[in-house]
Design a protein around this ligand. Structure first.
Ligand SMILES: NC(=O)c1ccc[n+]([C@@H]2O[C@H](COP(=O)([O-])OP(=O)(O)OC[C@H]3O[C@@H](n4cnc5c(N)ncnc54)[C@H](O)[C@@H]3O)[C@@H](O)[C@H]2O)c1
Length: 313
C-alpha cells in the first residue's frame, strides 16, 4: 500500500490539508510530519526535519510513500527577520524533495508557491501567469527560484512536481505563521474576543486572498488531474477574491458596532505594496477547471461559524 506524506503538517495549511485528506482517504494511507514534537491530529505522525535528506528518505521507505505534500517554509514577514535562514530552509528543503522525486523514491509532489513571486515591476491588476517577476522579499526570491527548479526537474528529469501560487490564505484551524496577509485571519480572533484590532497594513491595501476550503480543493484537484493536461510546469496562478482591511472591518462592524480597528502600518506595508491587487488565473481554469467558490461574504460567515465552534469545544 502506498501512502501520502505531508511535511509541515502542523502549520496553517498542513493542519487543514490533513483534516481534509482524513475525510477523503483511508487514515492509514496518510503520514504527517513536522519539526514539532507532537501533532494535533490522531493520524500517524513522525517528527522530521525537512532539511535532513536521509531522515526524509528513511520515512519514505518505512511508510512506502508515493506522494509528498511539502509545506515547510518561512513566510514573507518572518523571512525578513532572518534572510539567510529563510533562504536555507525554503530552498534546501525543496531540493531534498526534488532529489527524492528525481531518484524515483516518490512519484508525485505538491509544493506551494505564492503571489510573493511578483514585485513592484509586475502589473498590479489581473497579474497574469507570465508577468514580470522581480520579488523584493527573501521569501519571494526563494519561491521564484523554487518555481524555476520545479520546472527544471519536471522538464529535465520528467518528475511530477505540481504547484500553485497561493494568495493569502484565510483559515480558522491555526493562527497564521508569519505572512503579510495574516491580518485577514487575526482580525477574526480580535472580533470574537471583543478586542480592538490593531492592523499592520493601512486600510486601502488591496491584496488577493483565498478561503482555505478553496485552497484545499485547488490542491486536491490539481493533484488528481491528468499530468498531460498540465501545461504549466512551474506553478499555477490562482485567484479567490481581492480585499483591503477596511472591507473586512466594515462587514464585521455591521455585525457588532462596538468592534474597532486601529491602523498602524509597519514594515509589512512595504511588502504588501509590492504585491499584486488581483491575479489572472486563466491557465488554472483552462488546464484543470479551477474555480473559486468563496467570496468575502461567504468567507466571513464561515470563519465566524467555525471559530465560534472552536471556542465552544
Ligand atoms: N498561509 C498562507 O497564506 C500562504 C500563502 C501562500 C503560500 N503559502 C505556502 O504554503 C506553505 C505552508 O504555509 P503555512 O501558512 O502553513 O506555514 P506555517 O508557518 O503555518 O507552517 C509551516 C510548518 O512547517 C514546520 N516546519 C518549519 N521548519 C521545519 C523543518 N525544518 N522541518 C519540518 N517542518 C518544519 C513548522 O513547524 C510549521 O508547522 C508554505 O510553503 C507557504 O509558503 C502559504
Amino acid at each position: 500500500m502506498s501512502r501520502i506524506l505531508i511535511i509541515g503538517s502542523e502549520g496553517q495549511l498542513g493542519s487543514e490539508l490533513s483534516s481534509f485528506l482524513s475525510k477523503n482517504i483511508e487514515h492509514d494511507k496518510i503520514v504527517l510530519s513536522d519539526i514539532r514534537n507532537n501533532s494535533s491530529s490522531d493520524l500517524t505522525y513522525q517528527k522530521l526535519d525537512a532539511l535532513n535528506y536521509d531522515e526524509i528518505k528513511k520515512t519514505v521507505l518505512k511508510y512506502n510513500i508515493s506522494e509528498i505534500y511539502h509545506l515547510v517554509a518561512i513566510l514573507s514577514a518572518k523571512g525578513e527577520q532572518n534572510p539567510m535562514k529563510t533562504w536555507d530552509l525554503n530552498m534546501n528543503s525543496l531540493f531534498n524533495i526534488l532529489e527524492l522525486a528525481k531518484n524515483k523514491f516518490i512519484k508525485k509532489v505538491f509544493w506551494p508557491s505564492s503571489i510573493s513571486v511578483f514585485g513592484e515591476t509586475s502589473p498590479k491588476n489581473n497579474t497574469n501567469q507570465f508577468s514580470v517577476m522581480e520579488p523584493s522579499t527573501v521569501y519571494g526570491i526563494s519561491k521564484l527560484a523554487g518555481e524555476r527548479w520545479c520546472e527544471y526537474y519536471n522538464q529535465r528529469y520528467n518528475t511530477d512536481i505540481r504547484s500553485i501560487r497561493f494568495p493569502g490564505i484565510i483559515s480558522s484551524n491555526t493562527l497564521p505563521g508569519g505572512g503579510t496577509t495574516d491580518y485577514a485571519v487575526e482580525i477574526f480572533y480580535s472580533f470574537l474576543n471583543n478586542k480592538d484590532y490593531k492592523c499592520f497594513l493601512n486600510k486601502e491595501t488591496i491584496l488577493p486572498m483565498i478561503y482555505i476550503d478553496d485552497a484545499i480543493n485547488s490542491i486536491f484537484n490539481l493533484m488528481k488531474e491528468n499530468k498531460k493536461k498540465l501545461s504549466i510546469k512551474s506553478s499555477y496562478n490562482i485567484s479567490g477574491f481581492s480585499i483591503n482591511p477596511s472591507m473586512i472591518f466594515e462587514k464585521l462592524n455591521k455585525i457588532n458596532e462596538s468592534f474597532k480597528i486601529i491602523y498602524e502600518p509597519d514594515y509589512r506595508q512595504k511588502i504588501a505594496d509590492s504585491w499584486p491587487n488581483s491575479i489572472n488565473d486563466e491557465y488554472a481554469k483552462r488546464d484543470w477547471n479551477w474555480m473559486a467558490e468563496f467570496d468575502l461574504d461567504r468567507t466571513i460567515d464561515i470563519m465566524i461559524k467555525r471559530l465560534k465552534t472552536k471556542y465552544n469545544d
